[in-house]
Ligand binder design. Structure first.
Ligand code: C2E
Ligand code: CA
Ligand code: CA
Length: 492
C-alpha cells in the first residue's frame, strides 16, 4: 500500500459513513413522518367512529369515554355532573307516519336545538334512533333545570316543507356520584327516561333504584304483548248499550281482553296505552275490527240486529287505510255501514291534524256511525263538534259516577245532554251502576245507558245466548224484542 493510500481509505470510509448516516436520518425522518401521518389518520378514524354520521354528535362509545374522564375528575375534586337521557316520545310512529327522510331531519333539528342549549363544546351524544344523552356539570338541581330547558326547547314546533309537527320528550336524570358508578350511570339515566315513558311521557325525573324492577316488568309485558296476537291470547267481550225508555239493546261495545298465561286477564287500560306507545296497536286494532265484524255477522245470521261498536285509537285514526279495512270487514260479514260504530275519544276527535280530519271525512262518506267517547273531559266547543260527522256522544264515566252526590256533575251531564240535543246527537251515559244514576239520566233526557247496572262486558257467546233467550241476568228486565229485527229503521 502507498503512503497516500491510508488517508484516502479513511476519507472514503468517512464519506461512506457520512452518506450512510444522512440516508439513515432521512429514512428515520420519513418513517417518523409516516408514523405521524398514520397516527393522525387513525386519530381521525377513531374520532369519526366516535361521531354520529347524521348529527355529528358523539356516539355511545365516544360518550362513554367522556363519562369515564369526567368521573375521574369528579373523584379527585369532589364535584359532580349529571347525565340527561332524552328520549323523543313516539319517534318510531313519527318515522312510520312521515318516512325516514323526515325522521332524519327531525333528529338533526333536535341535535342543533340541544347544542344551542349547552354551547359549542357541548358533550352530547345520539345514543340510538330517537335517544340522546347530555352531560352537564353540577348536581341534580342543575340537571333538573337543564331538563326543563330541553323539554321547552323541543316543544316548539318543527317545520319540514309542508309538515308542521311538535314532539314531546321523556328525560331521565342520573348524577355522578349520587346515582351510579361510571359504568352504569348512562344506563340509570336511560332507566329513568323509560320510567317517564311508561307513565305517558312528556316529563322528566331523576333516577331511583326502584325504577329498575318496574321498567323491567313493563318491558317483559311489552315483549309478551308482541306475541299475544300470534298466540291467540286476545278475546273480545261485549257490553250492551240500552235504550233508556224501552230498555232495548241498541248496540254492543267490543272491549278487548288479554288472557295472559301467567298474569290472568290484563286490563286494556294497562296494555292499550303500552301497545300505542310501542307501535303495536296497528295489528291489534285491526284484529279487533275483524273479530267484531265476524261476531256481529254471526249475530245477524241469528236475527240479532244491534250495532257493534269498536274503540278506535288515535294511532288508528292516522292509518290511511283504516276506513277501507273496516269497509272490507263489514262487507264480508254482511253488516250495513250504519250498524258499525267507531268510538273515538273526545281528545283524539278534537285533534286538528289533517290526517285525523281526513279519516273523519272518509268515515262520513262510508256512512259509519261515529260516537265521541269519554265526552266532557276535553272541553270541546259546540262549533268544533258540529264539524265532526258524529251521531253520538258518550258522557264520560267520571260525571256519571258522581251524579247522585255532586251538583257539578249533574249540571255538566245536563248541559252535555242539552248541547247534544241541540246538535241532534244521540247521548249515551257510560258507567251507570245504580238505579239512582239511571233515574237521574232518564229524567235529563239521556237516550241510551251503559254500565254494570245492566250488564258487565261478557264474551260474545254469552251475550248471544242472553239475547236469544231474552234472559239477561241483570237487575233490569230486558225485552226479547231488542234483539230481533223489530227496529231496523231506527237502528240504521
Ligand atoms: P272505554 O271505551 O271508556 O270503555 C268503557 C270501560 O268502562 C270498559 O273498561 C268497561 O268495562 C268499563 N265499564 C263499563 N261499565 C262500567 C260501570 O258501570 N262501572 C265501571 N266502573 N266501569 C264500567 P275496560 O273494558 O277495562 O276498557 C277500558 C278502556 O280500554 C276502554 O274505555 C277503552 O278506552 C280501552 N279499550 C278497550 N278495548 C279497546 C279496543 O279494542 N281498542 C282500543 N283502542 N281501546 C280499547
Ligand atoms: Ca268506548
Ligand atoms: Ca268511555
Amino acid at each position: 500500500m502507498t503512503d497516500y493510500g491510508v488517508p484516502f481509505l479513511v476519507a472514503l470510509s468517512l464519506a461512506v459513513a457520512a452518506f450512510m448516516s444522512v440516508m439513515y436520518f432521512r429514512e428515520r425522518k420519513r418513517h417518523r413522518n409516516l408514523a405521524n401521518e398514520l397516527d393522525s389518520i387513525s386519530q381521525h378514524v377513531s374520532d369519526q367512529l366516535k361521531r354520529d354520521k347524521l348529527t355529528g354528535l358523539f356516539t355511545r362509545s365516544g360518550f362513554s369515554a367522556l363519562i369515564e374522564r369526567a368521573a375521574k375528575r369528579v373523584d379527585s375534586d369532589g364535584s359532580s355532573f349529571c347525565i340527561l337521557y332524552v328520549g323523543l316520545d313516539n319517534f318510531g310512529l313519527f318515522n312510520d307516519a312521515f318516512g325516514h327522510h323526515v325522521g332524519d331531519l327531525l333528529l338533526k333539528e333536535v341535535s342543533s336545538r340541544l347544542k344551542s342549549l349547552v354551547g359549542v363544546k357541548s358533550k352530547i351524544s345520539r345514543i340510538t334512533a330517537g335517544e340522546f344523552a347530555m352531560m352537564v356539570t353540577g348536581g341534580t338541581v342543575i340537571g333538573r333545570d337543564m331538563a326543563k330547558r330541553v323539554a321547552n326547547s323541543l316543544t316548539a314546533p318543527f317545520m319540514f316543507d309542508s309538515i308542521k309537527t311538535t314532539v314531546s320528550s321523556s328525560i331521565g336524570i342520573a348524577s355522578y356520584p349520587a346515582h351510579g358508578s361510571r359504568s352504569n350511570l348512562l344506563e340509570h339515566a336511560a332507566t329513568a327516561m323509560r320510567s317517564v315513558k311508561l307513565s305517558g311521557g312528556g316529563d322528566f325525573c331523576e333516577y331511583d333504584p326502584k325504577m329498575g324492577a318496574k321498567v323491567h316488568d313493563q318491558a317483559v309485558l311489552v315483549n309478551d304483548l308482541r306475541s299475544a296476537l300470534e298466540l291467540g291470547q286476545f278475546e273480545l267481550y261485549f257490553q250492551p248499550k240500552i235504550d233508556a225508555i224501552t230498555l232495548e239493546v241498541t248496540s254492543a261495545e267490543a272491549l278487548l281482553r288479554w288472557k295472559h298465561p301467567e298474569r290472568g286477564m290484563v286490563s286494556p287500560e294497562i296494555f292499550i296505552p303500552l301497545a300505542e306507545r310501542f307501535g303495536l296497536i296497528g295489528p291489534i286494532g285491526n284484529w279487533v275490527i275483524q273479530e267484531a265484524c265476524r261476531v256481529a255477522g254471526g249475530w245477524r245470521k241469528q236475527g240479532l240486529r244491534m250495532r257493534v261498536a269498536v274503540n278506535i285509537s288515535g294511532y288508528q285514526m292516522r292509518e290511511d287505510d283504516l276506513v277501507e279495512r273496516i269497509e272490507d270487514a263489514i262487507q264480508r260479514n254482511g253488516i250495513q255501514p250504519g250498524r258499525f260504530t267507531c268510538e273515538i275519544t273526545e281528545s283524539v276527535a278534537m285533534e286538528d291534524t289533517k290526517v285525523t280530519q281526513h279519516t273523519f271525512e272518509k268515515m262520513r262518506k262510508a256512512g259509519f256511525h261515529v260516537s265521541i267517547d269519554d265526552f266532557g273531559t276535553g272541553y270541546s266547543s259546540l262549533a268544533a263538534l258540529r264539524k265532526l260527522p258524529a251521531a253520538e256522544l258518550k258522557i264520560d264515566r267520571a260525571f256519571v259516577s258522581d251524579l247522585e252526590e255532586s251538583e257539578d256533575a249533574r249540571s255538566i251531564a245536563k248541559s252535555i245532554i242539552g248541547m247534544a240535543t241541540a246538535l241532534n246527537l244521540h247521548v249515551v251515559a257510560e258507567g251507570v251502576e245504580t238505579v239512582g244514576q239511571r233515574d237521574l239520566l232518564v229524567m235529563m233526557g239521556c237516550n241510551d245507558l251503559q254500565g254494570f247496572l245492566f250488564s258487565l262486558p261478557v264474551p260474545a257467546d254469552s251475550l248471544e245466548r242472553m239475547a236469544l233467550s231474552g234472559n239477561l241476568q241483570e237487575s233490569v228486565p230486558f225485552s226479547k224484542s231488542l234483539f230481533t229485527e223489530t227496529r231496523p229503521a231506527e237502528l240504521s
